[in-house]
Design a binder for this molecule. Structure first.
Ligand code: UGB
Length: 623
């Protein structure tokens, strides 16, 4: 009798036996709202009876049962087409994977057309200038939902210092760079309305709260809070077998195991947020996507945006020269037998076999430049807003997914652990029509790309000559790039020394850093230094001011210049002191902060000259 009443309460008439295949669920129908009943039916329809197999009588664990359905509601609403689509897509992809189906069947690879830039030549200057004019019409999107499991850092990666000379974290560096670009762009068009450049940060359950906390406790690093928007991606359900049975959490049978769906979620989130139309109405023309730990990227942004603007690219992927077979995806043009074409990232382990299978007997080989003709994808994309919106109207931001199950054995019938569907931001061009203008911009690695992804142990195992992509190499790359830029501008910079930190051999250049408001382009740097300057290898220089001119400086030690924008400071003469030294630190030494251990060195501040200019005026710093 009780159960008949329950069935009536939950909207079922006696005789509805849709739940008969699942008696444990049937007993609990009285607990469910009509919406939950629909979800339960849907789960049974797609073969998920096992989710309820352990459910006890009503009255036991009722709260947990409610939580289960709360999670199902979330999983269902956050995936385009809901859980039914997710499970159907998973079954198809798992079947393809079991059959070892090649995703590139029928496609022939060829070298796409793009732009290879040479830092500091006339073309580079022109492109930087065009990019800076255009950047006021841009919006930036930072994908930062990844946990960084390979890095093993306990905090969010955006909070990590990009370098330890100033200790500024990646997020501060990114925001200051956008603000400096905003300022520089508006200078080119004095008199026009000044709208603020929007910044979207895609977060996840793992990163959302600490990202917000980092912003709020630092007054958004100078941005207006309204300028920054956080969009949180949801995780997707894990799958236990080839039939896409949803995996229950081993420690909590009322919870479906979930894992991140990948950075490709950014497109669906932007679409559903409504921001793209708002941006279009506000005159935004470009959307720039970037990752969480590349301390060099903003040195490449102005020229790359200049390429997009002058070439009219709907999609422009930033890339670096790539040695044949190097472990980084290659940007490739794919033409299908049925006429479809796309310019897309092909993962390195797929590119070589694809080339061999399509008539290139040697596979991926270097060409006359000494590099593979397929440049290395660094996953920073510049999309033209209008065609992007048009495309998303068709796809709702859904991106081609893939699945990567780890099988127990060659029969491919069971997995070592649960898997899930994933999608990647750079796969966006896969659905574009052949008329879309998809190109790429190749920029020297030293200028554009030094991510922090690997923990010290893994980085130390990287074969010699390959990038470590560690906190150590990421920091050293910043000093190297700044030193090489100053060298190119005529400053005498001493050669680097070689040292080994955390088992990684790196070049140690003078520790030179500048705040983005000092220079956002190479022409800014050239205008602020002259050729009578020299800096020794043991030196450290921090320039934190807009109008700081290096004019005849000889530095052998540490110099820090802090100046408000209204203070014009000429730095001249010879500055010599004991400076700051790099002390080796063991990554296993628990007494040290994690940020130090992971890079394997600590900066010891012995002596420095620090000058602070807090009043407007003209000043000269000379010894
Ligand atoms: N990220 C998210 O925001 N959400 C997620 O669910 C996952 C990640 P990884 P990955 O730079 O050389 C990419 O893990 O995915 C964010 C490209 O796919 O650092 O292994 C995360 O926070 C690859 O083609 O990198 O590889 C981070 O900001 C190549 O270009 C970003 O997505 C490679 O990067 C990337 O996540 C590279």
């Amino acid at each position: 009798m009780a159960s008949n009443t329950a069935e009536k309460l939950s909207g079922l008439s006696i005789g509805d036996d849709w739940a008969s295949s699942c008696p444990n669920l049937r007993k609990n129908l009285s607990l469910l709202s009509p919406n939950e009943v629909e979800l339960a039916k849907m789960l049974l329809d797609v073969g998920q009876n096992h989710l309820f197999g352990h459910w006890p009588e009503p009255g036991v664990d009722d709260g947990r049962k409610r939580e289960f359905f709360n999670q199902v509601v979330r999983l269902n609403s956050s995936y385009p087409g809901g859980l039914v689509s997710y499970i159907q897509n998973a079954r198809k992809l798992l079947a393809d994977s079991k059959a070892s189906k090649n995703p590139y069947d029928g496609f022939t690879p060829s070298v796409p057309s793009g732009d290879v830039l040479s830092f500091g030549d006339d073309n580079f200057f022109r492109l930087e200038e065009a990019g800076i004019r255009e950047v006021r019409n841009a919006a930036f999107v930072l994908v930062a939902g990844g946990l960084g499991e390979r890095l093993g850092y306990k905090g969010i990666k955006l909070a990590l210092p990009a370098e330890t000379t100033t200790g500024k974290c990646f997020l501060q560096h990114y925001i200051e760079s956008i603000l400096a670009l905003q300022e520089a762009s508006y200078k080119c068009v004095e008199g026009q309305d000044r709208t603020l450049i929007p910044l979207v940060i895609m977060t996840s359950d793992d990163t959302n709260a600490p990202t917000l906390e980092l912003l709020e406790s630092n007054s958004y690093f100078g941005m207006k809070p309204t300028q920054v928007k956080l969009l949180k991606q949801e995780k997707v359900a894990c799958l236990d077998d080839n039939n896409a049975r949803l995996a229950l959490d081993i420690n909590d049978k009322y919870k479906i195991q979930t894992k991140p769906h990948g950075h490709g979620d950014v497109h669906a989130l932007l679409y559903s947020s409504g921001l793209l139309d708002q941006w279009k109405n506000a005159g935004v023309k470009w959307v720039l996507f970037f990752q969480d730990t590349n301390g060099l990227l903003f040195k490449a942004i102005p020229a790359s945006l200049g390429v997009s603007a002058t070439k009219g690219y709907n999609v422009n992927s930033l890339a670096v020269p790539r040695k044949a077979k190097e472990a980084i995806g290659g940007i490739t043009k794919l033409t299908h037998a049925d006429g479809r074409t796309m310019v897309i990232n092909v993962e390195y382990n797929q590119l070589d076999p694809l080339l061999r299978a399509t008539g290139h007997a040697d596979g991926d080989v270097n060409c006359e430049t000494g590099f593979s003709p397929y440049p290395g994808n660094i996953n920073q994309l510049i999309l033209e807003l209008e065609p992007y919106i048009e495309e998303l109207k068709k796809t709702r931001g859904a991106i081609a997914e893939f699945v990567n199950p780890k099988y127990k054995d060659a029969s491919k019938t069971s997995f070592k652990s649960s898997t899930r569907l994933e999608c990647m931001m750079q796969d966006y061009p896969k659905t574009l029509p052949p008329s879309a203008k998809v190109g790429f911009t190749v920029i020297d690695t030293w200028l554009a790309y030094a991510p922090v992804k690997n923990n010290p142990e893994d980085a130390a195992k990287v074969p010699k000559g390959n990038p470590y992509h560690s906190a150590t190499s990421g920091e050293m790359a910043i000093y190297r790039a700044n030193s090489l830029i100053l060298r190119k501008a005529g400053v005498q910079i001493a050669d680097p020394e070689i040292d080994v930190f955390n088992g990684q051999e790196v070049e140690v250049w003078p520790r030179i850093t500048w705040s983005p408001r000092w220079a956002v382009s190479f022409s800014d740097v050239k205008n602020k230094v002259n050729e009578n300057c020299s800096i020794t290898q043991k030196s450290t220089m921090v320039i934190n001011g807009r109008n700081v001119l290096l004019d005849g400086l000889t530095l052998d030690g540490s110099l820090i210049v802090n100046a408000i924008n209204e203070a014009e400071v000429k730095v001249a003469g010879s500055i010599r002191n004991k400076g700051w030294i790099l002390k080796h630190a063991d990554h296993k030494d628990d007494s040290l902060p994690e940020e130090i251990r992971m890079r394997g060195f600590k900066i010891e501040k012995i002596e420095q000259l620090e000058m602070n200019y807090t009043e407007p005026g003209k000043f000269c710093l000379s010894s």
